[in-house]
Design a protein around this ligand. Structure first.
Ligand code: NAD
Length: 380
């Protein structure tokens, strides 16, 4: 920490930075957003004015030599995530990065190793593991409430892109239209895969599954044209764990329902928990529990200790969950002994799971885990 407050530079000042990241940092008095970077000067000026940030740069590299900056927070579109993270870590900054750091888990692991060698903290934008209901469930699981985990079911489903006229943001026009491209399972599935690993507490052994393209053509944001987009807008997967437990994951953005559309269920030898993170009727989260001797699920109250000061389930979920994420990162930066959660190492595990899912679909076969892929040559 440079002074009495952690100084943060946010790179990418668009929609998600303004909904979640910047308000989250500004909620914790131990942090200050001291600079914003964006290649789009109008976005930059709008964000700086809205949040009262004085320093603005078009090129994030101008910030890297500044010893007054402790954290670089990467909230650009996906493509530059890896390079900006590597540049920031190389300059000695702690890094929070939106998912994915890189679509190849080996590259994410390289970034994690770079951070470890430099003694720097990293964190992924795994928003939903910081939801009060998910954290409470994790405490219940650790206390033995569920017993031995048998079955996990994870859903991340919403209907954000069910209408083909909703502009598609991340689309590679050079992609082979004959081959379905990974989309929903990465953009939406990653957080529920993260929760699956976190709750199961066992090594993943093998996976199988399928992707589908339900809505064939869509408006593409950059061109405004209706375009054939052979992308995974819905998928289902099964996973086997070393403990013998089973899991299923289902992700889609063309399934009717409100955002974020997360549901995580864990059934074990003693009990079960079901957490829903779906913004419905002014409430963004619920947790229900049952025991083998009381099988009717009842809603549990989430204790106040899982919320930021003054926080409640009627807040915008983006702000509520990100406030917890940012506070946890500040705690980790301030306490070298604190065990990291949701860091780039976990990001590499989640990415490896997505890569294994994709391989199983391409080969139409079960794929063993971990993947046995050759190490990539030195990353820049
Ligand atoms: N964790 C979550 O729950 C969650 C939710 C929404 C979005 N996201 C992620 O957040 C990221 C941003 O999404 P968004 O909706 O805000 O997109 P956006 O397009 O609104 O904003 C991205 C901004 O980054 C800027 N940018 C692009 N390249 C840059 C560079 N090299 N240097 C500086 N600025 C650059 C763009 O000009 C743009 O203003 C994406 O990776 C997205 O997947 C995560």
């Amino acid at each position: 920490m440079t002074a009495d407050r952690i100084a943060v530079a946010v790179v990418g000042a668009g929609r998600w930075a303004q909904m979640a990241h910047i308000p989250g940092w500004q909620r914790d008095p131990r942090a200050e957003v001291v600079a914003l970077a964006d290649v789009d000067s109008s976005v930059l000026a709008a964000a700086a004015g809205r949040f009262g940030v004085r320093r603005m740069v078009l090129d994030y590299r101008e910030l890297l030599d500044d010893p007054g900056i402790d954290v670089v927070d990467v909230v650009t579109g996906n493509q530059p995530h890896y390079q900006i993270s590597i540049d920031a870590l190389s300059a000695g900054k702690h890094v929070l990065c939106e998912k994915p750091v890189h679509t190849d888990y080996r590259m994410t692991r390289k970034a994690a190793e770079l951070a470890a060698r430099a003694g720097l903290r990293t964190k992924l934008g795994f928003t939903f593991r910081y939801a009060p209901a998910i954290r409470y469930a994790k405490e219940l699981i650790d206390s033995g409430f569920v017993g031995e985990p048998y079955i996990f079911n994870g859903f991340e489903q919403n209907s954000q892109w069910i209408d083909p006229s909703t502009p598609l943001r991340q689309f590679d026009p050079a992609a082979d239209p004959g081959e379905i491209a990974v989309s929903s399972i990465e953009g939406y599935g990653a957080p529920i895969i993260d929760i699956m690993h976190w709750w199961m507490g066992s090594d993943l052994a093998s996976v199988v599954g399928a992707m589908r393209n339900f809505v064939p053509s869509r408006i593409v944001r950059d061109t405004g044209l209706m375009t054939r987009a052979n992308i995974d807008d819905g998928d289902m997967w099964i996973a086997e764990f070393g403990s013998g437990a089973l899991a299923s994951i289902q992700s889609s953005y063309v399934t009717v329902g409100n955002y974020p559309g997360i549901e995580a269920r864990l059934y074990g030898s003693q009990g079960a928990v079901i957490v829903r993170l779906v913004d419905e009727f002014g409430c963004c989260q619920t947790i229900k529990t049952a025991r083998k001797d009381a099988v009717e699920f009842t809603e549990a109250e989430i204790p106040a200790r899982f919320f930021p000061p003054g926080g409640h389930s009627g807040e915008n979920w983006e702000f509520l969950f990100y406030s917890n994420l940012v506070t946890d990162f500040i705690d980790e930066i301030g306490d070298p002994g604190r065990v990291a959660q949701g860091d780039f190492t976990q990001g590499a595990l989640v990415q490896e799971t997505i890569n294994a899912f994709e391989e199983s679909f391409r080969r139409r076969a079960w794929v063993d885990f971990p993947l046995d892929a050759p190490v990539i040559a030195a990353a820049s």
